[in-house]
Design a protein around this ligand. Structure first.
Ligand code: GTP
Ligand code: MG
Length: 222
């Protein structure tokens, strides 16, 4: 099981002082930069070495947004196919997804449609998705134009950012935009008396730890 101590301080993980807790997943092909993106956001660090994620891991970050203290539980999934059964088990209950491809890798872009289908299959209907084309610092090796990224995002109904975990471009913006979209959706649902949000029925809980239990999970030591 992913442990609070594995990747970040116990204090932040166990801190109960928040208004909302959002569970966010980062998904996409192996090596697109999911782990790097999370490390840049949570720790402001970057390493050029590639240590492929084994299974799933998470970090916690608490931010202030719209006068609310929002605790983000951000799950970093392994892109490798062999971990798919483990990682898709975590889609349920996620309120937001960062679907990532690498702008220097056509395969990772071509896989976006399939990842989107995985979200539709395994996640909550109201989950919000942002499409991110990472590694925009590598313009010389670009294979996917920003226009293609934008067009695909429009086709899928997602918002879109190009970003760089390496150069710290649009990393914070991506998370903050996703949080804002989730908040907007939440207000809409509350206005409409949606039981999934008011907690009357099974659904993602906004103020409680929805961490899946009882599963055997391989945790990266990163
Ligand atoms: P899996 O865990 O296998 O799914 O891969 P991942 O998506 O987590 O990729 P990871 O973050 O481990 O990054 C893969 C490689 O790309 C590493 O060598 C990173 O240093 C590099 N990388 C990640 N983000 C960027 C970026 O924005 N720019 C550049 N130039 N390299 C990056
Ligand atoms: Mg990784």
């Amino acid at each position: 099981m992913a442990s609070a101590n594995s990747t970040y301080g116990q204090k932040e993980a166990s801190d109960q002082n928040f208004d909302y807790m959002f569970k966010i997943l980062i998904i996409g092909n192996s090596s697109v930069g999911k782990t790097s993106f999370l490390f840049r956001y949570a720790d402001d660090s970057f390493t050029p070495a590639f240590v492929s994620t084994v299974g799933i891991d998470f970090k916690v970050k608490t931010i202030y947004r719209n006068d609310k203290r929002i605790k983000l539980q951000i799950w970093d999934t392994a892109g490798q196919e062999r971990y798919r059964t483990i990682t898709t088990a975590y889609y349920r209950g996620a309120m937001g997804f960062i679907l990532m491809y690498d702008i220097t890798n056509d395969d990772s872009f071509n896989a976006v449609q399939d990842w989107s289908t995985q979200i539709k299959t395994y996640s909550w209907d109201n989950a919000q998705v942002l499409l991110v084309g990472n590694k925009c610092d590598m313009d010389d090796e670009r294979m996917v134009t920003a226009d293609r990224g934008r067009q695909l995002s429009e086709h899928l109904g997602f918002e879109f950012f190009e970003a760089s975990a390496k150069d710290n471009i649009n990393v914070k913006q991506t998370f903050e935009r996703l949080v804002d979209i989730i908040c907007d959706k939440m207000s809409e649902s509350l206005d409409a008396g949606d039981p999934a949000v008011t907690g009357a029925k099974q659904g993602p809980q906004l103020t409680e730890q929805p961490a899946p239990r009882g599963r055997t999970v391989h945790v990266s030591s990163a």
